[in-house]
Each structure stands twice: as structure tokens, then as C-alpha cells.
Design a protein around this ligand. Sequence first.
Ligand SMILES: *Cc1c(COP(=O)(O)O)cnc(C)c1O
Length: 383
Amino acid sequence: MSFQTDTIHAGVAPDKAYGAIMTPIYQSSTFVFEDIGKHKGFDYTRSGNPTRKALEDSIAALEGCSCAVAVTTGMAAIATVMHLFNAGDEIICTNDCYGGTARLMKTIQEHFEIRVHFISLRDSAGIEAYINEKTRAIWIETPSNPLLNLVDIEAVTTLSRKHGLLSIVDNTFLSPYNQQPFRLGADIVVHSTTKYLNGHSDVVGGAVLSNSSQIDEKLKYLVNTLGTCAQPFDCWLVLRGIKTLVPRMKEHERNAMAVARFLDSHPKVARVFYPGLETHPQHELAKKQQRGFGGMVSFELDGGIGEVNRVLKGTKLFALAESLGGVESLIEHPATMSHASMGAEHRAEVGITDGVIRLSVGIEDPDDLICDLALALTPHSRG
Ligand SMILES: *Cc1c(COP(=O)(O)O)cnc(C)c1O
């Protein structure tokens, strides 16, 4: 089946009880046994739930892999994966990752004797210097948040395989519609389903996916053991969101491209970060490994923090809020919001200056979005 057909049908079948075409919300903690040792496939919701299974089968089909586990949040997905490692192990992590990922990795490093090397993965030749006999995995996030830098997934997974390491890709920013890491050699993919997969800013959720029976079993064991499993109602919402993933992603991209081009030509904007622009240093790589460029656009403003604050408060359609991937447009300030937890030193190292503003471009009419930004950038023009 094509990807678009899978978004509608994968994992979903008419309900056996009444033929409901939509997957019911099995809001039940436990399931009745038919006989000793015999049940209908589910015994307790932490271990498994039919609504959650429908979502897991759907996401696994979209990423083209054998197994998905749906968990409570994107951070729960990352925390679950971190339990695959042992004291003494070392992990290499892209240095411009999501702020929460950096915070979790630093916490783990302090408490569990797992060493994390935050390095740039943009030049795969520089990675080998950090690989030793204790290294277990390379953590990739591409495009990066908020600077939209790319990592060549295939180059890194090839290196990873050569050294017997796991390649883990956070695919939240593009969704499986725009990027399919398993096709590029990844072993594990994580998602914050809070973002594009759900797409409506009404749930927090996460998923971990794998394509090897050995890792599949470990992930299922961990979700049941740690209790990181997603709730049935949340799974139902994400499943509902996925049905419109393709048309939403197309609209997000069309609008993001229009917004990026507008900002690129604006005198008050020093730099625009969007892989869809021909001037993006990794535009060719984006075309090679991605189906599309996504809906996230960042830019650096000329002028001080006062100017930044004025723009952040000046938009009317773009709401000042963290998160991303919903149908409505959002604007935020990474240095004090999404990436505050990263710390000033780590931010400076990866180039997240106080002048950087991040947009999650929604699916409103693009002319209205551009008008809103134009007025925020040049307030005296607002009537
Ligand atoms: C939001 C996000 C996360 C964390 O997900 P939550 O659902 O907020 O816990 C992880 N990675 C990336 C790239 C994200 O954007």
C-alpha cells in the first residue's frame, strides 16, 4: 500500500463487536480471561491495549519497520531507549539536539555512569575520534532544532554499522512522510507524536520504533516494566491525527516555503534557516534524504533582545508558545523557552543566539501568515 493509504488504513480494522469503522477507545485497565491462561490477546493495559496496538501498527507501517511502542511523551520515548544501555557505556549524541534530550542525557550521565559525547554530526569524518570500545550508539536528530542543520543519516549509520553501534534517529521534525530513517540504515527511530503525527496540539505522546526482533522484544519489555505506555484516549487522538498527515504536511511545507522566502527578503532579518531554501548550506542533502522540507522555519533578527521581544509579542496569528507541528502557527524564542534547559554554554556552542526566533508554520492561509509577520517586523505599518 502507498504511504497515504497506510495513514488511513494501517492498524485499523472495523471493530469486531459492532463493526465500528473507527477504532474504539478501550478505556479499560484490565481484560477478562475466558479461562485460566486464556484471554483475547490482552490482559492488562500497561502490557497491551487494543487502541494502543492500532496506533502502534499504524506508526510501524508508516516508518516501514517491524515494531512500534506508543509511550506517554516524546521524552518517555527517549527515556525508554536510554534503558537499553548499561553503566560504563558511552553514547555519541548530536550537539544541537532538542533541549529536553540534552537535559535527559546530562541527567543520565550524572546518575548512571553512562558517558554522553555531544558533538557535531555534520561532518561524519570527525565522529570516529569519539568512538572507542565502550561506545554503544550514535544519537541523530535531523533537521536540528531550532537551527535546521542536517545530518547525513546514511553516512552516520554506515559508520555506526562499521563499529557495531546502534543508530538512533529522532524523526519528530519531519514525520515519516518527509523522512524514513530505516531506509537510510537506522536501527531505532523515536518520535514525539505530540508534534506532526498528532498534529492538533491536543495531546502529548511519543513512540519508539525498531526493525530487529531482538530490539523489538527489549522495547516491549521496557515499556511494560517501566510503565511508560501511552493511554488509550491519547492513542486514539494520535491515530485520528495520522489520518490527515499527508495533506497537513503538504500544506505545512507550502506555507513554510512562502514564509521562508518572505523572511529571506526582509531587511530586518539577518539569516533564515530553512532547508528548502537554495541558500541553505545543506539544501542538496535535504533533497537527497528527505521527501519534503517540513514546516519549521527559524530566523535570526538584526538588533538586540528588545527587537526580538517586540516581534514575539507583535504577531497576532502566530501564538507565542512552545511546541510545534500543530495546524495553528506558533512563534517562540529558543534561548528562553524550548532550549532554556540546554544552558547558555551549550547553546553558544551550537550557535543558538538570543536573536534566533523559531516558527512552527501552521496550515492557515499563507498570505495571512506573511501579513502577520510583516506587521510584527514593522509595527508602524499596522493600522
Ligand atoms: C518535542 C520534542 C521532543 C520531546 O517530546 P515531548 O512529547 O514534548 O515529550 C523530543 N524530540 C524532539 C525533536 C521534539 O521536538
